[in-house]
Design a protein around this ligand. Structure first.
Ligand code: ADP
Length: 227
């Protein structure tokens, strides 16, 4: 579960990037985060990942009080969160297999587990044929599938995707959200920032809208209100 309680974030010398945001995301939900550039979407994700410090309020993620995590607890906390970026962020000098395996090697997973888990995840994302290719030998959509594989290989409770379809063509965008939706159906909570209204209307997941640092709409609240 992800819970924001009256969360504000003010960067030094700047205005409030998030202003008194309260929000609850239950386990297993898929939530789109919409909003114009500068609305606070990346800040919301960075606060969850503890890449930025809260100015006020409280964030609880999977039982962790994020604001109170000690520096040495942060890597352990982040292990259960898979992250996907707009620009893929694969390691250019590693092939597809190693890019995915790397996520397990850095946490010292046993090698016999890695040699079973990586092929399983590659198969799930239809990447087996690309195992030995390097990122530059793949299309944008294929690279994003590798990034998705890397994000899920450690069985995260939560996936955070920051405009994962921003650098791929529309057909591939749908496929990426299709894959995220499938991962979500298997139980992983997904929080995805997007600019693409067509995806939001097509996939009909819960949608929250940020504007100038405030949460101005939440399709779940509206649905509850309509009942
Ligand atoms: P979005 O992801 O929706 O485009 P951001 O969360 O990146 O929005 O930014 C929200 C606001 O916070 C913007 O006004 C932006 O200029 C400001 N901001 C973001 N990062 C910083 C920073 N490191 N220092 C100062 N201001 C920042």
């Amino acid at each position: 579960m992800v819970e924001f309680v009256n969360v504000s974030k003010k960067y030094p010398g700047s205005h409030y990037a998030l202003n008194n945001v309260s929000l609850k995301i239950s386990d297993g939900e898929f939530v789109f985060v919409l909003g114009a550039s500068g609305a606070g979407k990346s800040t919301l994700l960075k606060l969850i990942l503890k890449e930025e410090k809260l100015s006020a309020g409280k964030i609880i993620v999977n039982g962790f009080d994020v604001g109170r995590l000690k520096r040495k607890e942060v890597p352990y906390y982040r292990r259960k969160i898979g992250v996907v970026f707009q620009d893929f962020r694969l390691i250019d000098t590693m092939n597809v297999y190693d890019n995915i395996a790397f996520a397990l090697r850095v946490i010292n997973a046993p090698s016999d587990y890695i040699s079973k888990r990586v092929p399983y995840v590659m198969d799930l994302l239809d990447l087996t044929a690309f195992a030995k290719r390097f990122p530059e030998q793949l299309s944008g959509g294929e690279q994003q599938r590798v990034a998705l594989a890397r994000a899920i290989v450690n069985n995260p409770d939560l996936i955070i995707a920051d405009e994962p379809t921003g650098n791929v063509d529309p057909g591939m965008s749908r496929e990426i959200v299709e894959l995220l939706s499938e991962i979500n159906r298997q139980g992983t909570t997904v929080l995805m920032v997007t600019h693409e209204h067509s995806l939001v209307t097509r996939f009909r997941h819960r949608t929250i809208i940020l504007q100038d640092g405030a949460l101005v709409a939440d399709s779940r609240e509206e649905a509850a209100y309509a009942r």
